[in-house]
Every structure is written in structure tokens, then in C-alpha cells.
Design a protein around this ligand. Structure first.
Ligand code: EPU
Length: 293
């Protein structure tokens, strides 16, 4: 039964997700869909509901671990021009959720708008960054938000104002929606100063973090007033390998895909890390990345 035939966007069947994740791990999506516009997205949601097929929204794939068997459902990628459009009005940016953070920042710099420089080097889409309130200690994307346009799972479009949105540490109340676009408030600043700020963040990131091999960034959230990376390091786990996965020698909260790692290798390594940190510090590490089963 070809339930997807009415959709106008791109539909791919049994489509490998490996190259859509920064980890370069994961099996195929049974259905992979890029909606053409909001009407198409709404139709997909009603079909998914009617045929009882679960769906998953993919951003830049930089914070997920997809299981090796793949996804028995629909993976939605918001990749149409409408959903990636970025416009500027005075001190505001309005951008589609599929826009990449580096494009948002590049254009903000061209418009002399400052405030988003801390996002430099985070390999995400705007939508993904908003759902998980991406950022660095002390600066989170949620702080910039004025309003967000979303679609609920029934296909209704709503605008959420700042007061309706709850952002926490790497969390938000947005995961019950599909984010369509957002308005961020920035401040006027000299381009030279903005570029200087971006370079400062990038330098720090390159010095501290491991970008030598595929990974999903920090695997665990930082416990209160602690660094997960420091705790894992103190457990002597840097360089620990399971299958093709390895704890980075540079930053212990990064797991690298050394050689054709399986999701199972990463999960085993995560379990080992959790156990060791619990035994040594009596701290339960909370997973930051999303695991797609
Ligand atoms: N440290 C170690 N050993 C390690 C790693 C870190 O001793 O292997 C120490 C560092 O020397 C430093 C402290 O731990 O004193 C904190 O490390 P770092 O500055 O690298 O920051 P982090 O707390 O590990 C957080 C975010 C990163 C973000 C950086 C930017 C979390 C879980 N991590 O890392 O976000 O880029 O700050 O400063 O909130 C991500 O969310 O994916 C991510 C990478």
C-alpha cells in the first residue's frame, strides 16, 4: 500500500541515515521524507496518524545515535527552501528551522547583529538547537528567542511567545511540536567585533574538543557545577575502545567513531562510562544525545 503517493515532497524508502548523522552510524529509515511546504507536512502528519506509523524529525543529525537496525517509521527532514529561509528585520532574525546555525551566524554578522556568536562551531540546524536549547555554559539559544512558529502533531500551526516556551539545560518544552521558524533578537554591533567574538569561540572549541573523527559532540549532560568530561577523564577512560567506538583522548565526553562503529558499540561504551562515574563519584550521568530506537 503506497500511502505516501499523495505527498509532493521527496520520499525515499529504506534510506540510510548513516550519512545524515555526524556520528556516521545508523541503519536505514523505512520512510525518509522532505516535505515541500507546510501543507505537505500537515498531510504527512495526518497520514502518519491514520496509518499508525511513528515519525521522527531530523535536524543536522549532530546530536543523535541511530540504532543499527534503522528506524521502522518516517524520518522527516525539513529541507525545503521555505523551511531554511533567513530574513532580517531591524534587530531581529527570522529563520526557518532547517537553516544551519553557521548560516544564521554568517548572515547575522553581515547585518552587524551580535548575540549568537557562542553558537560558532555547533553543527546543528536552528530547529534542533531550539529543541535542545543548544549552547555553552552561561549562554543558550533560548535566551535569544522572541517567538517560535510550530506545528502540533495534528497539523495546527501556532505561534509561541517567549512566555509560552520553557527552556532548561539542554532541554525545552518544544519537543511536542515540529518547529517551523523562529524569531531571535540580537543587538547591533560592529562587524569586526562580531568576527572577533566568533573566532574566540571557535579557537576555544578547537583547542578543547575533538573534531578529528565523527562524533555527536558531548554525550552526557554536565552534572550540576561539574563537567562530565572531567569526571570521565578522572576515571581514566580516555582512549577506552569498544568495537569501533572510542573515548576521545582530547575530551572525554566525546565518543569517536574510529572505524565503522555500531550503535551497539557506542551504547556499551556509554554504559561502561556511566558505571565507572557512578562507582567513583556516586554521580548518575544523564545522556545528552538522543537515541533513536
Ligand atoms: N575537562 C577535563 N577533561 C576532559 C574534558 C574536560 O579535565 O576530557 C575539563 C576542562 O579542562 C575544563 C572542564 O572540564 O576545566 C570543562 O570542559 P570544557 O570547557 O571542554 O566544557 P564542557 O563542560 O565539557 C560544555 C558543553 C559543550 C560546549 C562547551 C563550550 C555540555 C555537556 N557540554 O562542555 O557542549 O561546547 O561547554 O565551552 O554542556 C555539546 O553540548 O555537545 C557540547 C559539546
Amino acid at each position: 500500500m503506497s500511502w505516501w503517493k499523495e505527498l509532493r515532497g521527496k520520499v525515499k524508502l529504506n534510506y540510510s541515515l548513516r550519512n545524515h548523522t555526524t556520528f556516521k552510524i545508523g541503519g536505514p529509515a523505512k520512510f525518509f521524507f522532505e516535505p515541500e511546504d507546510l501543507k505537505d507536512l500537515k498531510l504527512l502528519l495526518s497520514l502518519s496518524n491514520k496509518h499508525k506509523i511513528p515519525f521522527f524529525v531530523l535536524g543536522a543529525g549532530s546530536n543523535i545515535l541511530v540504532n543499527d537496525k534503522g528506524i521502522n517509521g518516517i524520518v522527516i527532514r525539513l529541507n525545503s527552501p521555505y523551511l531554511k529561509k533567513i530574513i532580517f528585520k531591524n534587530n531581529y532574525i527570522e529563520a526557518g528551522s532547517g537553516a544551519m546555525l553557521h548560516q544564521v551566524m554568517y548572515l547575522a554578522t553581515r547585518h552587524s547583529l551580535s548575540g549568537a556568536e557562542f553558537l560558532a562551531g555547533i553543527p546543528g540546524t536552528l530547529g534542533g538547537a531550539l529543541v535542545m536549547n543548544a549552547g555553552i555554559p552561561g549562554e543558550n539559544i533560548g535566551d535569544l528567542v522572541e517567538k517560535i512558529m510550530v506545528m502540533d502533531y495534528k497539523g495546527n500551526i501556532k505561534t509561541l511567545n517567549k512566555k509560552d516556551i520553557k527552556f532548561g539545560y539542554r532541554s525545552s518544552n518544544l519537543s511536542k511540536y515540529i518547529i517551523l521558524k523562529a524569531r531571535l533578537k540580537l543587538i547591533k554591533e560592529a562587524k569586526k567585533k562580531i568576527k572577533h567574538n566568533i573566532n574566540r569561540y571557535l579557537d576555544y572549541r578547537h583547542a578543547a574538543q575533538d573534531v578529528s573523527l565523527p562524533s555527536a559532540g558531548c554525550i552526557f549532560k554536565n552534572p550540576k557545577a561539574e563537567s562530565a568530561g572531567r569526571l570521565i577523564d578522572l576515571c581514566g577512560l580516555k582512549g577506552k575502545e569498544i568495537g569501533g567506538a572510542c573515548v576521545s583522548l582530547k575530551h572525554a565526553n566525546f565518543i569517536l567513531n574510529l572505524k565503522c562503529a555500531k550503535a551497539g558499540d557506542v551504547l556499551k561504551l556509554m554504559n561502561l562510562i556511566r558505571k565507572r562515574v557512578k562507582n567513583k563519584f556516586n554521580i548518575n550521568l544523564e545522556t545528552e544525545i538522543k537515541i533513536w530506537k
